[in-house]
Design a protein around this ligand. Structure first.
Ligand code: NDP
Length: 449
């Protein structure tokens, strides 16, 4: 594939190797998206004249900073903090913060790049960003988490604001961490303003933000199956992860009549052939909320089988919903799902499916919903939180849930509109093109300089 990114490189891969060396996750995301949008750019003189290609693969800003903080034992530790403000053409930057040892510029650039299109898909005015730190919270005390959040915000506050950049949570950044981050920002600035989303409802958070991503995933799945003369009711579902997205996706899947038979974490997965229920999910949430715990304890409590260090994709089921982390579903796992008759794959996490696995699904005509569409419910409700904060109002859960439901349907419809060829829907292509058009048109209209 030839790309006119600059005079020196005649392929996207060569360009990325030279301009973003050692950033495999970022390359993967860019190559996948660009394959879908290159034909759209090639057909548009306006996009070519504005050099949209080149500008879309360069973050507007990548901020890296030192986070020095004190352990309970009095030792000073140093981590690295980041904020990648990727594209602000359609609104203030918006995207989560992740605390995990695997956080690198490559991971955050891929996430912020994807976030740009995801945010556009929601129909709300939000640019794309992502941030976080290589800090590992496992085994840290509550006081250490609080001090780390404070030290992180001491620097981040220079770069964010309600009209500039409004971060949210992501892996290991839940409502507790958002509370500490918000408190620190408020004390430094002396202002109570909507600078973070995912806040508790007691201090200007939105109803349903916690549930939104997982619920949205299952709303999208339901629409996707209905569009293919099928239904979620009675389906068996494999879910990976045991965090925010996974547990709320499981809860909604069950409410819609499906049977969820797996959950996982970084130590392995549990197969519960009887299916999860509310009691089991509540227990998982409470158990995993304690620092450094493994899901293995589930089988002692409720039975089922534990598979140490493995992912759930060896189990037979109708639906696979990877909801843990990037590249957790390999080509080999995909072959296995196909062999077992899996009908649809829906990404709750960001880019959990490797390029190889996507190729397997495409070859076998498995319905595939990409994360940037399927998990957009979280950022959509974050967008609703921003507007509630602006007008100092609090919408109730029913109202927010109804809006979330409508937004997920609109995203599904946009994917179908842009992704249908010869009667078949390529949801990944549809999501990429629909998100791209909105961002690119805004970039053209705003010019440069
Ligand atoms: P949480 O921190 O709540 O949960 C993450 C889960 O994934 C945990 O069960 C964790 O296990 C597991 N996990 C993390 N890393 C690995 C790994 N390398 N291998 C296997 N399991 C792993 O995060 P969220 O649920 O919020 O996020 C999950 C995914 O969804 C991420 O890709 C995130 O970017 C994406 N996402 C989240 C949104 C949100 O609103 N929260 C919005 C949109 C996307 P353990 O506890 O053992 O570490």
């Amino acid at each position: 594939m030839r790309f006119s990114l600059d005079d020196r490189h005649d392929s996207l891969e060569a360009f990325l190797e030279a301009n973003a060396p050692n950033e495999p996750e970022f390359h993967q995301a860019v190559v996948e998206v660009m394959a879908d949008i290159k034909p759209i750019i090639d057909q548009s003189e306006a996009y070519k004249a504005a050099n949209i290609f080149r500008r879309l693969v360069e973050p507007e800003r990548l901020i890296s900073f030192q986070v020095a903080w004190q352990t309970d034992a009095g030792r000073i530790e140093v981590n690295r903090g980041y904020r990648v403000q990727f594209n602000g053409a359609i609104g203030p930057y918006k995207g989560g913060l992740r605390f995990h040892p695997t956080v690198t510029p490559s991971v955050l650039k891929f996430l912020a790049f994807e976030q740009t299109f995801k945010n556009a898909l929601t129909g709300l005015p939000m640019g794309g960003a992502k941030g976080g730190s290589d800090f590992d919270p496992s085994g840290r005390s509550e006081a250490e988490i609080m001090r780390f959040c404070g030290a992180f915000m001491q620097e981040l506050q220079r770069h964010i604001g309600p009209d500039i950049d409004i971060p949210a949570g992501d892996i290991n950044v839940g409502s507790r961490e958002i509370g500490y981050l918000f408190g620190c920002y408020r004390r430094i600035k002396g202002r109570f303003e909507g600078v973070l989303t995912g806040k508790e409802e007691a201090f200007a958070g939105s109803a349903m933000r916690t549930e939104a991503t997982g619920y949205g995933v299952m709303y999208f799945l339901s629409d996707m199956l209905n569009a293919h003369d099928d239904t979620i009711e009675g389906k068996t579902v494999l879910i990976s992860g045991a965090g925010n997205v996974a547990t709320y996706a499981a809860e909604k899947a069950i409410a819609l009549g499906a049977k969820v038979i797996t959950l996982s974490d970084s130590s392995g997965f549990v197969h519960d052939a009887d299916g999860l229920n509310t009691e089991k999910i509540d227990w998982v949430r409470a158990h995993k909320a304690q620092a450094g715990t493994s899901l293995r304890a589930y089988v002692d409590k409720f039975g089922g089988a534990w598979f140490d260090g493995e992912t759930p994709w060896s189990i037979k089921a109708d639906i696979a919903a990877p909801c843990a982390t990037q590249n957790e579903l390999s080509g080999k796992a995909a072959e296995n799902l196909v062999k077992n008759g899996t009908k649809a794959v829906i990404e709750g996490a960001n880019m959990p499916t490797t390029s190889d696995a996507k190729a397997v699904f495409a070859r076998n005509e498995i319905l595939f919903a990409p994360g940037k569409a399927a998990n957009a419910g979280g950022v959509a409700v974050s967008g609703l939180e921003i507007s509630q904060n602006r007008t100092r109002r609090s919408d109730d859960a029913d109202k927010v849930d109804a809006t979330l439901r409508a937004i997920m349907s609109d995203i599904h419809a946009a994917c179908v509109e842009e992704g249908t060829r010869d009667g078949k829907v390529d949801y990944a292509k549809g999501a990429n093109i629909a998100g791209f058009r909105k961002v690119a048109d805004a970039m053209v209209a705003q010019g440069v300089g």
